[in-house]
Design a protein around this ligand. Structure first.
Ligand code: DHB
Ligand code: FE
Length: 291
């Protein structure tokens, strides 16, 4: 059976793509950010996942404001990336795993969720850059693709949006789907985006370290206090783009058992964003051990 080994979450900021393309990892501005991924890379080298289920929000590549699904699941054999600006090279595609995507899609629909299922899907900085930072060689060594991916899209962009509670429950259903997949695969969950940031309007530049720390504490321990937060609460605390924390909550929902925090880093700011990295290991579950 497939097994979820843990989760990795990280902010996504387009300027990181430019920094990788220009080899700025040791530059004083960028070093603390890239160094934040080193413990995660060590953990990955130990656990060696086969598949990454990546929770993120589309930034206008697949869906625009005229058509915005609440939830989307990729079921493509391959996910090409597209131009992110800055004149940087376009990333090579990431391979998909359609049988697992369809298994997840069928399972969550049986559990009464209604995602759009995408047999073609592009991936933007929200997928490509965290992948390049976690799987370090993916940024430097083009074509190196150590895992297959299932992208899961969440509307964090335009009202009406799912609540944090709904995201968490959707994640739960995805976790159950993964763990009922018959093939022996090691699956890592990746949540991207956040933490606090706002790119436009009077509060552009808004950051909130206290709230971000609280969110990371809840993700590492008991996420239930977050389930009562509305999206308006989230905007007030974390800024409009801080709504991307929904991606983390969906990811956290898919961790069905007890977890142990492997690493956490937090660095303000990268571009306009509070940049965080957090890795959780899923502890072996009693039910699984009894099987
Ligand atoms: C920035 C952050 C984002 O999450 C994003 O999607 C685009 C830009 C930023 O801080 O520049
Ligand atoms: Fe974003």
């Amino acid at each position: 059976m497939a097994r979820i080994i843990g989760s990795m979450s990280a902010s996504h900021v387009p300027a990181v793509g430019n920094a990788i393309a220009r080899g700025l990892q040791e530059d004083p501005y960028w070093k603390p950010f890239f160094d934040g991924f080193t413990p995660a890379q060590k953990w990955l080298a130990e656990v060696k996942p086969d598949v990454a289920v990546v929770f993120s929000n589309d930034h206008g590549l697949n869906f625009f404001l005229d058509k915005m699904p609440i939830f989307a699941i990729g079921a493509a054999p391959s996910y090409p990336s597209a131009d992110e600006g800055w004149g940087i090279p376009v990333n090579d595609p990431w391979p998909g795993i359609p049988p697992l995507s369809w298994h997840i899609a069928n399972h969550v629909v049986e559990e009464e969720f209604d995602p759009v299922i995408c047999q073609q899907m592009l991936i933007d900085h929200a997928v490509c850059l965290p992948m390049a930072c976690f799987f370090e060689d993916c940024g430097r060594n083009k074509g190196y693709r150590p895992v297959k991916i299932v992208p899961v899209g969440i509307n964090t962009v335009q009202f009406p949006m799912p609540s944090l509670k709904r995201c968490f429950e959707f994640g739960r259903a995805i976790g159950r789907a993964i763990e009922s997949y018959p093939e022996d695969l090691k699956v890592v969950l990746i949540g991207t985006g956040g933490l606090s940031h706002q790119l436009e309007g009077e509060r552009a530049g808004h950051l909130n370290k206290k709230f971000d720390t609280y969110c990371m504490d809840c993700i590492a321990g008991d996420p239930s206090p977050l389930l009562g937060l509305s999206n308006v609460d989230l905007v007030e605390q974390a800024g409009t783009a801080g709504l991307e924390f929904m991606n983390w909550m969906t990811m956290r929902g898919a961790l069905l058992g007890e977890v142990r925090e492997v690493t956490r880093t937090y660095h303000i700011p990268i571009s306009n964003t509070a940049a965080a990295v957090q890795v959780l290991e899923q502890l072996p579950r009693l039910a699984a051990a009894a099987e």
